[in-house]
Structure formats: structure tokens, C-alpha cells
Design a protein around this ligand. Structure first.
Ligand code: TPP
Ligand code: MG
Length: 683
């Protein structure tokens, strides 16, 4: 906002206000991280008080600058800033730092604290989210701004420390940010030379400025992080070059002292993550001449910090400019508003049923990755907020759709080649979703999903709508061998709370999975898709309603004595075996069978899935002897790589089960685990 700088004495007091809120809150909680807020206090005053464009009265103003505290352990820094600048975060909440149900959790969490843009703490991911936020801004600006009307025009600021710099994901995303020239990203590196184990020289000796220059960033070196004027000049310079034709993202390297102000703990790892202790708190108060009780901020300091009014003015200015834009471009303005709220278009609502009819009518075997692309072709024109991509596997994941445009350094687009950066892609997608205006999705092989895993988990924790397209989802993928064959991945994704994991068996299930993932407003989805062809099993568009429940009976019979549960490429096999098995064993045992598919078992916990959950439990009670050692989750034995083998093993497995009907009548034949596990359970 380019507010005028306070005089040096006041700037000093404002920085100390941050320091003591952090010190006192950590002291009250008896845990937390005072070192980073104390070390970054001057930088925070300069950025938040003089530059950040925000409106505490409306944390959701679309064109606010975004701020990310990537070194999220220093959470008291952002809580202090939000409190001081006028957000709805009263001092009582700071007194409850780190307590259950407070608005000041141990690490910043989006949705809990007004003004927190993303959940940080897993180091490296905040800066990755920041790249996503800046990319969303760049793409939205290209899509919506018109000559003379810049309605999308804000910066993304990010604080990060040594930990974020060491994390591999920071390399992935900062390399991409440099290539894409997300110039309105300004990152400030808290180069204090300390991490938890002590002085970092022994484990972190990179030339970080040179590294970022090599990525194509604008790097401002050697800034004294305790010299407000120097920090101010660096931020001004970064902002000025951001708008140049070939503007680059900026890294401001600030030298700071962790725990600055504490006479005995400054510059040591002791102050990284522990309360100072009563004696040191008193010594710090004396050293900084801060003669105020805990949590007490002098009124002149508080009012110097408060930017409620200036924030309102800035927001009102944008409102006026947006009104002008809306007059000149009413349709674009309405679309921008819709996109930022995340609502689906009327066109989507009115046409999605027709899409399902069209897909249900399509004929022929199709790999579900191809079915996914077909679904995207049909759905994408109704979802202009799609921002797709792949980690260098576009032609394998089939994430691009007919009308896709490739995004690049100088080009707007709705599909991005992320390069071989799975984790980075997932974390950038989270940032884009958090920004608003886009529904990001990205692809890789299922077997690499665990490269992205923590960002997927963060999407679930943050309830962000992103879609992961994981193709080549089983040993049926072909000859690539065990490095590429997913074994434990689907079950391990299923245990992430809040993540919908779909493993569709045909075209209609795939399209339904997409529709549900798009319509879902409260979290991420993952689609596990096959490379190999799948027969069409669902023929009526109305079947989509069953699919949406997450599990349903695909083929039934009266009084079944066994139930086969299957997903994805094993559903067809289950159907074949059902017929085969009944014939083979009928002379010996009357054994009839029902096939049940279960696309997303975590959906079973939802209201719409509750019927199936109850049904399953009922089946379990009916069929599994309580004294038996087996669980219904027995999984087939697979360690080699052809679909024929799947069939063969399945047959063996089921015949074996029939011979010992009391041991196993509920078969879960998808999502295989390792062979040892199954053998030990079955034999
Ligand atoms: C991915 C990840 N690994 C480990 C941690 C635990 N952790 C929290 S802070 C920290 C050290 C961070 O050092 P730095 O960023 O330099 O912070 P400073 O001590 O300077 O505040 C570690 C290892 C974490 N939060 N995230
Ligand atoms: Mg450090």
C-alpha cells in the first residue's frame, strides 16, 4: 500500500510489539517458537506496515496481497501481525496460543485464523503454495485484466527460513517460478544461520543467492534484516522490477539474528523452539526497555499498527475500479466474481447430466485414463476454471483436453507442463486453489503419488478442491517393472482423511468421478486410472447416481453366499469370476456370489455413503466367523506384471476360499498388497 514509514523510534517499538507478543504467548503456552518472530520483527514491520495491501476488515478481498509464512513454526509472528493490524483476532486469542479450539494453533491454519492464507509448518510447502498463489495471480490477470482495467494486480509475499531452503520441494518450485517469471512473488529469506540442530554450516552450505540467480530470480543480497530502511529499499526495488517487461520473482536475502533482543539466547538454537524462561524474559524486557505487562501494547504503538481504515480505503478504491470494469465488461466481471467464489457455472449445472448421457452411450473398451481425457473434453468447456497439468507425463496421463491452452512464461493458459516435479506440482496446485479463481488438477503415475503425498495431505487438511490424476494404477500397466507398479498406493491414499480416492472401472464411473471431484467444495480428490483398456460395465446414465455414493452393488443374486468387492481394473475380473466360480463349484458347494464395487471407501463415511457402510457391516457380520483370524480386507497375491496373472491368481484365491468357506467369504480383490501379507493371512 506504500504507507509512509513511521519514525525510527516508533518503527522500533512496533517491531518490539511483535517480539513481546511472541515472547509472552510462548511463555504462557510453555511451548512455541519465539526465535523467528524476534529475528524477523523489523522485516515484518516494514512489509506489513508499509507495503502489504490488505484490508483487515475483509480478509477475503480478492485483490489483497497474499502473505505466506513458510517458516510456519514462527506462527506467533503472523498472529501478532494479524492482531496488531486489526484483524478479528483479539488479544484473548493470543493468550490462548497453542490451546485446543483457539484461533492461534501451533502452526498457522487456513480457515481457523482470519488472514491466514495457507496452512504452513511442513517446511518448504509454504513457499511452494506462494508460487501457486503468484501463478494464479499471473494467469488470472492475463485472463481478466483489460487495457486500463487491472482488477487482478497484487503481490505474493513469502517469509522463509533455512529449513524451507533446505527442503527439496523449494528447489522444484523456485526453479519453475524462475522459468515462468512469476514476477509478483517476493520472497524474504530469514538467513539466520540457525536451524534446530544448531549452526547450519555443517549441513547447509549452499550459495543460496547464486542458486536463485541460476533459477532466473532477481536476487537482492546481503540485506541487514534489522535495518528497516534497508529492508524497505529492498522491497521497493523488488516491486519496481516485478512490473518490468521481463520481470522476475525476487528473493531478498536478509541476514538476521534469531531471538534478537534476548541478551543471552540471541543467535543460538536455544531460542528456536522453546520458551525463553522467566529470567530471560525479564532480561529481554530490560534490554529492549519494554516496560509493559505481558500482552499489553501501548496505545500509540497499537494505533500506529492498526490499518483497518487504510485497508478499507484501499479496498474501496478497488471496489470502484471493479465497478468501472463491470460497466465496461459485465460478463467478464460476473465471471470473475463467480470464479473467485468457487461456484460452478449455470452452464455446468444445466449440462452435466447430458454429458453423462453422452458418455453412457459411448461404446467400446477404453482405458480409464482415456476415459478421463474424454470426460475432460466434455466437461472442460463447462469448467473454465480448470487449470490442468502434468509432471512431464501429459501424453501418458492424458490430462490435456481438446480446448486446452498451454501456459508459459509469457502466455496465459489452462494447462501447464510442470516438469518432473510431482511434489512441487501438488503444492503449487494447493496455492492456486487457495488463491481462488482456479480448479487445479495435475497428473503423474500412481506409483509417484507418494512423492506428492504431504501436499495431498495438506490439501485435505485445508479442504482445498484440487484433483490428482494418477494413471498406470496397477500391475496391469505393462512391462515397466516393479519400480512403476503400484502396490500399496491406493490403500495408502485411502487412509488420508478428507481425500476422496476414486478407482473407477469404466467410462461412466470415470466421468462420474470427475464430476464429483469438480462439484466437491470441501476437499481434494484422487483418481486412480488404468493404462489398459476396460470393458463398459455401466450403460445407463442414471447409474452415475449409484457411482456417486462411492460403492454399490454391480451384480446381484438372491441369497448370495459370497461377496466380491473390487475396484478399477479388477471389477471386470470379479464379474468374470462370479460367473465362472458359480459353475465350477456348484457340484460341491452351493456358492453364489455378488459383486460389489467400492470406488471410494472413505466416501462411505459420508451421509450419502452411509447406506453402503451399513450394508457392508451387515455383510461382514453375516459372512465372517467372529473367531476367525482373517479380516474381510484380504487382498490378492500379486507381484508380477500381467493381467493374465491377475486372473490366474484371482481364480486360485477364490477357489481356495471356497474350500475353506468359513475362512473367507468376503473378498476384496483390488488394491493389492504385497504377497507376504496375503499369504500369511490366507494360508
Ligand atoms: C518438512 C519439515 N521437516 C521438519 C520440520 C521440523 N522443523 C521445524 S522448524 C525446523 C528447523 C527450521 O529451521 P529454520 O527454517 O532455519 O528456522 P529458524 O530456526 O531459523 O527459526 C525443523 C527441522 C518441519 N516443520 N517440517
Ligand atoms: Mg534459520
Amino acid at each position: 500500500m506504500n504507507r509512509t514509514a513511521p519514525n525510527a523510534a516508533m518503527a522500533n517499538e512496533m517491531a518490539n510489539a511483535i517480539r513481546f507478543l511472541a515472547i509472552d504467548a510462548v511463555e504462557a503456552a510453555k511451548s512455541g517458537h519465539p526465535g523467528a518472530p524476534m529475528g524477523m520483527a523489523e522485516i515484518a514491520e516494514v512489509l506489513w506496515n508499509r507495503h502489504l495491501k490488505h484490508s483487515p476488515a475483509n480478509p477475503h478481498w480478492p485483490d489483497r496481497d497474499r502473505f505466506v509464512l513458510s517458516n510456519g513454526h514462527g506462527s506467533m509472528l503472523i498472529y501478532a501481525l494479524l492482531h496488531l493490524t486489526g484483524y478479528d483476532l483479539p488479544i484473548e486469542e493470543l493468550k490462548k496460543f497453542r490451546q485446543l479450539h483457539s484461533k492461534t494453533p501451533g502452526h498457522p491454519e487456513v480457515g481457523i485464523t482470519p488472514g491466514v492464507e495457507t496452512t504452513t509448518g511442513p517446511l518448504g510447502q509454504g513457499i511452494s503454495n506462494a508460487v501457486g498463489l503468484a501463478l494464479a495471480e499471473k494467469m488470472l490477470a492475463a485472463e481478466f485484466n483489460q487495457p486500463g482495467h487491472s482488477i487482478v494486480d497484487h503481490f505474493t509475499y513469502c517469509f522463509l527460513g533455512d529449513g524451507c531452503m533446505m527442503e527439496g520441494v523449494s528447489h522444484e518450485v523456485c526453479s519453475l517460478a524462475g522459468t515462468l517469471r512469476t514476477s509478483k512473488l517476493i520472497a524474504i529469506y530469514d538467513d539466520n544461520g540457525i536451524s534446530i540442530d544448531g549452526h547450519v554450516e555443517g549441513w547447509f552450505a549452499d550459495d543460496t543467492p547464486a542458486r536463485f540467480e541460476a533459477y532466473g530470480w532477481n536476487v537482492i543480497r546481503d540485506v541487514n534484516g534489522h535495518d528497516a530502511a534497508a529492508v524497505d529499499a529492498a522491497i521497493r526495488s523488488a516491486k519496481a522490477q516485478a512490473v518490468l517487461v521481463d520481470g522476475k520473482p525476487t528473493l531478498i536475502c536478509t541476514k538476521t539474528e534469531i531471538g534478537k533482543g534476548s541478551p543471552n539466547k540471541v543467535g543460538t538454537h536455544d531460542v528456536h523452539g522453546a520458551a525463553l524462561g522467566a529470567d530471560e524474559v525479564a532480561a529481554t524486557r530490560a534490554a529492549l526497555n519494554w516496560n509493559h505487562a505481558p500482552f499489553e501494547i501501548p496505545s500509540d504503538v497499537k494505533s500506529a499498527w492498526d490499518c483497518t481504515d487504510s485497508g478499507r480505503t484501499a479496498e474501496a478504491d478497488w471496489d470502484n475500479r471493479f465497478a468501472e470494469y463491470a460497466k465496461a465488461f459485465p460478463e467478464k466481471a460476473a465471471e470473475f466474481r463467480r470464479r473467485m467464489t468457487g461456484e460452478l457455472s449455470d452452464e455446468y449445472q444445466s449440462k452435466i447430466a447430458d454429458v453423462m448421457v453422452q458418455i453412457a452411450a459411448s461404446e467400446g473398451d477404453v482405458a480409464t485414463r482415456k476415459a478421463s481425457q474424454n470426460a475432460l473434453d466434455a466437461i472442460a468447456p463447462l469448467v473454465p476454471e480448470f487449470f490442468g497439468g502434468s509432471a512431464d507425463l501429459t501424453g501418458s496421463n492424458l490430462t490435456n483436453f481438446k480446448t486446452a491452452t498451454y501456459a508459459g512464461r509469457d502466455a496465459w493458459g489452462n494447462h501447464l507442463s510442470y516438469g518432473v516435479r510431482e511434489f512441487g506440482m501438488a503444492a503449487i496446485m494447493n496455492g492456486m486453489a487457495l488463491h481462488g479463481g482456479y480448479l487445479p488438477y495435475g497428473g503423474t503415475f500412481l506409483t509417484f503419488s507418494d512423492y506428492s503425498r504431504n501436499a495431498i495431505r495438506m490439501a485435505a487438511l485445508m479442504k482445498q478442491r484440487v484433483v490428482h490424476v494418477f494413471t498406470h494404477d496397477s500391475i496391469g500397466l505393462g512391462e515397466d517393472g516393479p519400480t512403476h507398479q503400484s502396490i500399496e498406493h491406493v490403500p495408502s491414499l485411502r487412509i488420508i482423511p478428507g481425500l476422496d480416492v476414486w478407482r473407477p472401472c469404466d467410462a461412466l464411473e470415470t466421468a462420474t468421478a470427475w464430476a464429483h471431484s469438480v462439484e466437491r467444495q470441501d476437499g481434494p480428490s484422487a483418481l486412480a486410472l488404468s493404462r489398459q483398456g476396460m470393458p463398459k460395465l455401466l450403460k445407463e446414465a442414471s447409474d452415475a447416481d449409484k457411482v456417486r455414493k462411492g460403492g454399490y452393488i454391480l451384480s446381484d443374486m438372491l441369497n448370495p453366499q459370497a461377496v466380491i468387492m473390487a475396484t478399477g481394473s479388477e471389477v471386470q475380473l470379479a464379474m468374470q469370476r462370479k460367473r465362472h466360480w458359480r459353475l465350477r463349484v456348484s457340484q460341491h458347494v452351493l456358492c453364489q456370489c455378488r459383486v460389489l464395487t467400492c470406488l471410494i471407501d472413505n466416501r462411505m463415511n459420508t451421509k450419502s455413503g452411509s447406506f453402503h457402510r451399513i450394508y457392508l457391516l451387515w455383510q461382514l457380520r453375516r459372512h465372517i466367523p467372529t473367531s476367525g483370524a482373517n479380516t474381510w480386507e484380504e487382498r490378492a497375491v500379486l507381484s508380477v506384471s500381467t493381467a493374465l496373472v491377475i486372473q490366474h491368481r484371482l481364480l486360485f484365491f477364490m477357489n481356495f476360499s471356497v474350500l475353506q468357506p468359513k475362512r473367507l467369504l468376503m473378498l476384496f480383490v483390488s488394491e493389492f498388497r504385497g504377497s507376504n501379507h496375503v499369504q500369511s493371512n490366507v494360508i
